[in-house]
Design a protein around this ligand. Structure first.
Ligand SMILES: *Cc1c(COP(=O)(O)O)cnc(C)c1O
Length: 357
C-alpha cells in the first residue's frame, strides 16, 4: 500500500485494488493467456468488457433507456466540439455558462460548430462563484455548463433547470460523485481521469433520440451516431483505459454505488472546509455557497508561512495539493477514491501548523 496521500487534481488517485487488478491484467489477463493490451478489441472477452462498462455506467448513474453510453478517445477537450456538432443544427445556436478555464475551452470549441451565446458568467468575480442561470431563449438548442470547476473549486449545487431548454454538461470532475436527476439532459460527457479511471477515454451519455436530427454532415469520428451504430467500437478503443474504468466502476458498485460515495464525499468536504474556516492561518478561495465537494481551494492568510507549510504537508506524505498555477494557494482534490483518513492527515497538519508556527 502506498503511504502517499494523493490529492492530485487529475489524473488522480484510483482504488489500490483497481491498480493491482489492472496491472495484473497487463501482464496476463485472467485465463486468456495474453496481456489485456496485446489482444484484439474484437475478441469476445474485450467486447464483454466494453458492454459491461457501458451498462454499469448507465446503472450507476441511474440513466433511463433513452441514454446510450459511449467510451471514446480525445478526452473532454474533443467532447467540447463533438457535443456542439451533434446537437446544434447548421446555422443554429446554443447558450453557455462561463465558470472558468474548462468552460472557456468548451465555448471556444463550440464556436466551430454554431453561434454561441454566453448567458451566465462569474468572470467578474474571478470565478469564485457559480453564476445564476437565466431563462434561456428557446432558439438555443441547449444550455451547456461545467458541473464542477476543478481549478477554482466551485460546483453547481443543483441542476440549472431554470434555463428552460435541454441541458448539456461537462461532468469531468464530479461524475459518479453524487446522484442527480438526468431528465433535463440531452448529453453528458466526462473525461475518465478523475472519478472513473485512468486518462485515455471520455464517457458520453447521449439521448439517442436527438442523434441525427441536426441535419449536418458530421466528420465520422465526431459523429456520435457513427460510434453508437458500432457499439462504441468504430475504431480501436483505448482498451486499457476502458478496462480500468470498468474495474473502478465495479469497485464503486460494490461499496454501495453513487449514493454511498456521495455520503463519503460530503463527509470529506465538511472535514476540510470546517478546518479551513476554523483555522486562523487559512482562508477559503471559492465563495461558501459555491464550494466544490471535489476540489477544496484555499490560501494562507500570510504568504510568508508558505515554505514552512509546504514542508509540513510534504513531511506528512501529502502530495498534489499545490493550487493551479493560475490562482496559486492550495487545492485539495478529494475524488471518490481518496479515503477520509487522507483528509484527516491534512487537517492534522493544518492544526499542528497553527500550534507550532
Ligand atoms: C479535467 C477536466 C477536463 C479534462 O479534459 P481532457 O480533455 O479529458 O483532458 C475537462 N473538463 C473539466 C471540468 C475537467 O475537470
Amino acid at each position: 500500500m502506498s503511504k502517499i496521500h494523493n490529492f492530485s487534481a487529475g489524473p488522480c488517485i484510483l482504488p489500490q485494488e483497481v491498480l493491482k487488478e489492472a496491472s495484473e491484467a497487463v501482464k496476463e489477463w485472467g485465463d486468456n493467456g495474453l496481456s489485456l493490451i496485446e489482444m484484439s478489441h474484437r475478441s469476445k472477452p474485450f467486447i464483454a468488457v466494453m458492454e459491461e462498462t457501458r451498462a454499469l455506467t448507465k446503472e450507476l448513474l441511474g440513466l433511463p433507456d433513452r441514454f446510450e453510453i459511449l467510451y471514446l478517445q480525445g478526452g473532454a477537450s474533443l467532447a467540447f466540439l463533438t457535443a456542439a456538432y451533434n446537437l446544434i443544427p447548421e446555422g443554429g445556436s446554443a447558450a453557455y455558462s462561463d465558470t472558468g478555464t474548462w468552460a472557456n475551452k468548451s465555448i471556444k470549441e463550440a464556436k466551430h460548430a454554431g453561434n454561441i451565446e454566453v448567458v451566465a458568467s462569474s468572470k467578474d468575480s474571478g470565478y469564485k462563484s457559480i453564476p445564476p442561470t437565466p431563462k434561456v431563449d428557446s432558439k438555443h438548442s441547449f444550455f451547456h455548463y461545467t458541473t464542477n470547476n476543478t481549478i477554482f473549486g466551485t460546483q453547481y449545487k443543483g441542476i440549472p433547470t431554470e434555463a428552460g431548454v435541454p441541458l448539456v454538461a461537462d461532468m469531468s470532475s464530479d461524475i459518479m460523485s453524487k446522484k442527480f436527476d438526468s431528465s433535463p439532459f440531452q448529453l453528458i460527457y466526462a473525461g475518465a481521469q478523475k472519478n472513473m479511471g485512468p486518462a485515455g477515454t471520455v464517457m458520453y451519455a447521449i439521448d439517442k433520440d436527438v442523434l441525427g436530427k441536426s441535419g449536418r454532415n458530421i466528420p465520422s469520428y465526431l459523429d456520435l451516431g457513427v460510434h453508437l451504430s458500432k457499439d462504441s467500437m468504430f475504431n480501436t478503443p483505448p482498451v486499457f483505459s476502458v478496462f480500468t474504468t470498468l474495474l473502478t466502476l465495479r469497485w464503486l458498485r460494490d461499496l454501495g454505488g453513487v449514493e454511498a460515495i456521495e455520503a463519503r464525499n460530503n463527509a470529506k468536504a465538511e472535514f476540510i472546509y470546517n478546518e479551513i474556516d476554523r483555522n486562523p492561518l487559512f482562508k477559503g478561495h471559492a465563495e461558501i455557497d459555491s464550494r466544490s465537494t471535489m476540489n477544496a481551494t484555499f490560501m494562507l492568510n500570510d504568504e510568508s508561512h508558505k515554505d514552512a507549510f509546504n514542508a509540513a504537508w510534504a513531511a506528512a506524505g501529502i502530495s498534489g495539493i499545490n493550487g493551479h498555477r493560475s490562482i496559486g494557494g492550495y487545492r485539495a482534490s478529494m475524488y471518490n477514491a481518496l479515503p477520509l483518513e487522507s483528509v484527516g492527515v491534512l487537517v492534522d497538519v493544518m492544526k499542528e501548523f497553527e500550534r507550532t508556527i
